[in-house]
Design a protein around this ligand. Structure first.
Ligand code: NAP
Length: 492
C-alpha cells in the first residue's frame, strides 16, 4: 500500500500538516489502496509557486520539443498500461476492461497533443493596409489549475494536462480525493520521462481547501475544471471575480431517442452500454430512454432481459459487467433517487436494491435498475443520478421525443435511433447537446475530436481535439508594416 505525497517541483513532498487519508476500494472496503495527503492551502501555494518558477523556461522551450516530452509519456504509459488500469479499477470500481479502455483513450490523447507541438499554428490574414503583414501567434497563458473528478481519474487529468503543457503552460493538478493513486502514477510517469521540475505539479486534498486556494492565488492564470454543477458554478464565479480564464465541464442527463423505425436490437445494446457501463458513473451515461409508444413495450422487454443478466461485482473479476458505486455517499444518492422514482409513481421494472449477499457485502453495489412510465417533470427525468439507473419515457411521436429530450437543464450528449436519415438529420439539427450520436451509444469520445456540452453542462471552450488549443493559449495578433517610411494609419 503506497503512501502518496504531493508532487511539487519534481519532488514528492509530504503535506505541511503531515496528514494522510485512506483511498478505499469501493468493491472491497476492507482494502486500502493507498494513502493520500489531506493537504492545506499552504501546500497549494507551494505548488503554484513551483509552477510559476518553471513557467518562463517551459514557455521558451520550442513547442515541438515540448511535444517530445509527451511522446516519452505516451511510451511510458503504454509500458505501464496494465498497472494503470488495475489501479483505476481498484480505486474507482469500473471493470478492468473499462479501465483498460480509459487508459488507451488517455494514451491516444497524449499522442495527439505530442503531435500538436508541431502544429501550434497561427494564421496570416490580409490587412487593409498596404505593405502590412498581419499574422496571429498562439502563446501559453501561464500557470494553470486543473481540477478533476473521480470518474475518469486517468483520462480527464491527461486530457487537460497534455494540451496544457504542449501549449507551454505549467500546471497544478488537484485530482479528486476519492481516486488519488491514478494521479500518483501520472506523476511517476512524467517524472520518469524527465519533465522539467515544476512543469507538472500535483497537490492532494479537499477541493474546498486546496482547490479554492489554487484559484485565488495571483499567479494562477486559468482553471480547467470537470465535475459537478454545484462546484463548477462556484469556480466560474471565483474565476470571473479574479479575471482568470475558466473552463467547466459539468453534469449530464443524456437521452437516447428511439423512434418507431429503430433497429431495436441495436438500440437495446446501446441503452445497456450507455446506462450501465461504468456503473452509470459517466457524464456521458445514458440516463433517459425516450421511446416512441409503438415500440416501447418491445424495447422494455428486450432491455429487461438484458439488464437482469448483467453481473454486478468486483471490476477485477473478468465476469463482472457492472462495478460498484464509488463510495457510500454516491451509493446513498443512487438509492435515494430510486426511492424518489418510486414515490413519484414511475414503474420499477427491475433492480432498485443494494446488493448485500456475501459476494457483495464489502462493496457499494446496487442492482442495475430500470424505471418505466417516467414523465418529463419527474426528478428522475431531470436530475443527474450518476448510477446504474435508466428512466424510460414513452412519447407518441418524434416531435414529442424532441421536446422531452430537450426539456432538461443539461446538454452534454444524445443518441438517436432511426433508420431514416432524414429524421436523423432533423433531430441532429434540433437536439440541444454538444455531442450527438446517430445509431451509436451516448458514451465515448476520441482524442482528436472536440468534447463538451451545451446549456448547464459546459461553460468556457470545448476540450480535446484542436479545439482545446483555444482554451490553453492566448491569441496574439501582429501587424508588421514593411513600408519602410513614415505613414499615417487610418484604421480605427
Ligand atoms: P465534484 O464534487 O464537483 O468534484 C470535482 C473536483 O472538484 C474534485 O477534485 C473536488 O475535490 C473538487 N472540488 C470540490 N469542491 C471544490 C471547491 N470548492 N473548489 C475547488 N475544487 C473543488 O464532482 P465529482 O463528484 O468528482 O464528479 C462527478 C461529476 O462530474 C458529475 O456531475 C459528472 O457529470 C461530472 N463530470 C462531467 C464531465 C464532463 O466532461 N462534462 C466528465 C466527467 C464528470 P474533492 O474530490 O476533494 O471533493
Amino acid at each position: 500500500m503506497r503512501t502518496l505525497n504531493n508532487f511539487i517541483d519534481g519532488q514528492w513532498r509530504p503535506p505541511s500538516n503531515a496528514t494522510h487519508l485512506p483511498d478505499i476500494n469501493p468493491a472491497d472496503t476492507e482494502e486500502i489502496v493507498a494513502k493520500a495527503p489531506s493537504s492545506t492551502a499552504a501546500d497549494s501555494v507551494m505548488a503554484i509557486e513551483a509552477a510559476e518558477r518553471a513557467y518562463p523556461a517551459w514557455r521558451a522551450t520550442p513547442a515541438p520539443k515540448r511535444g517530445q516530452l509527451l511522446y516519452r509519456v505516451q511510451r511510458r504509459m503504454e509500458a505501464r498500461r496494465r498497472e494503470l488500469a488495475e489501479v483505476l479499477t481498484r480505486e474507482e470500481g469500473k471493470t478492468l476492461v473499462e479501465s483498460a479502455g480509459e487508459v488507451q483513450r488517455a494514451i491516444n490523447v497524449v499522442e495527439f497533443y505530442a503531435g500538436e507541438g508541431r502544429r501550434l499554428l497561427g494564421e496570416t490574414i490580409p490587412s487593409e493596409l498596404p505593405n502590412n503583414f498581419c499574422y496571429t501567434i498562439r502563446e501559453p497563458i501561464g500557470p494553470l489549475a486543473l481540477i478533476t473528478p473521480w470518474n475518469f481519474p486517468v483520462a480527464i487529468p491527461i486530457w487537460k494536462l497534455a494540451p496544457a503543457i504542449a501549449c507551454g503552460n505549467t500546471v497544478v493538478l488537484k485530482p479528486a480525493s476519492l481516486t488519488p493513486l491514478s494521479a500518483g502514477l501520472i506523476a511517476d510517469i512524467f517524472s520518469e520521462c524527465d519533465a522539467p521540475p515544476g512543469v507538472v505539479n500535483i497537490v492532494y486534498g479537499s477541493g474546498r481547501e486546496v482547490g479554492q486556494a489554487l484559484l485565488t492565488h495571483s499567479a494562477m492564470k486559468g482553471v480547467s475544471f470537470t465535475g459537478s454543477n454545484e462546484v463548477g458554478t462556484k469556480l466560474y464565479n471565483t474565476s470571473a471575480a479574479n479575471g482568470i480564464k475558466c473552463q467547466c465541464e459539468m453534469g449530464g442527463k443524456n437521452p437516447i431517442v428511439i423512434l418507431d423505425d429503430a433497429d431495436l436490437d441495436l438500440a437495446t445494446n446501446s441503452a445497456v452500454q450507455g446506462a450501465y457501463g461504468s456503473t452509470g458513473q459517466r457524464c456521458t451515461a445514458t440516463s433517459r430512454a425516450i421511446v416512441v409508444d409503438s415500440v416501447a413495450d418491445q424495447f422494455i422487454a428486450q432491455l429487461e432481459a438484458r439488464v437482469k443478466a448483467l453481473v454486478v461485482g468486483n471490476g477485477l473479476d473478468p465476469v463482472t459487467d457492472v462495478g460498484p458505486s464509488v463510495d457510500q455517499t454516491q451509493l446513498d444518492t443512487v438509492l435515494n433517487y430510486i426511492g424518489v422514482g418510486q414515490d413519484e409513481g414511475a414503474r420499477l421494472i427491475t433492480g432498485g436494491l443494494r446488493l448485500t449477499d456475501d459476494a457483495h457485502r464489502c462493496g457499494y453495489f446496487v442492482q442495475p435498475t430500470i424505471f418505466d412510465r417516467v414523465t418529463p417533470n419527474m426528478r428522475i427525468a431531470q436530475e443527474e443520478i450518476f448510477g446504474p439507473v435508466l428512466s424510460v419515457l414513452r412519447v407518441p411521436d418524434a416531435a414529442s421525443a424532441l421536446l422531452a429530450a430537450n426539456a432538461v437543464r443539461y446538454g452534454l450528449c444524445a443518441a438517436i435511433y432511426t433508420q431514416d436519415v432524414s429524421r436523423a438529420f432533423k433531430l441532429v439539427d434540433q437536439l440541444e447537446a454538444g455531442i450527438i450520436h446517430v445509431n451509436s451509444p451516448t458514451v465515448g469520445g476520441e482524442a482528436h475530436i472536440p468534447f463538451g456540452g451545451m446549456k448547464a453542462t459546459g461553460v468556457g471552450l470545448r476540450e480535446m481535439g484542436r479545439e482545446a488549443i483555444s482554451f490553453f493559449t492566448e491569441l496574439k495578433v501582429v501587424y508588421l508594416d514593411y513600408t519602410g517610411s513614415a505613414r499615417t494609419n487610418n484604421l480605427y
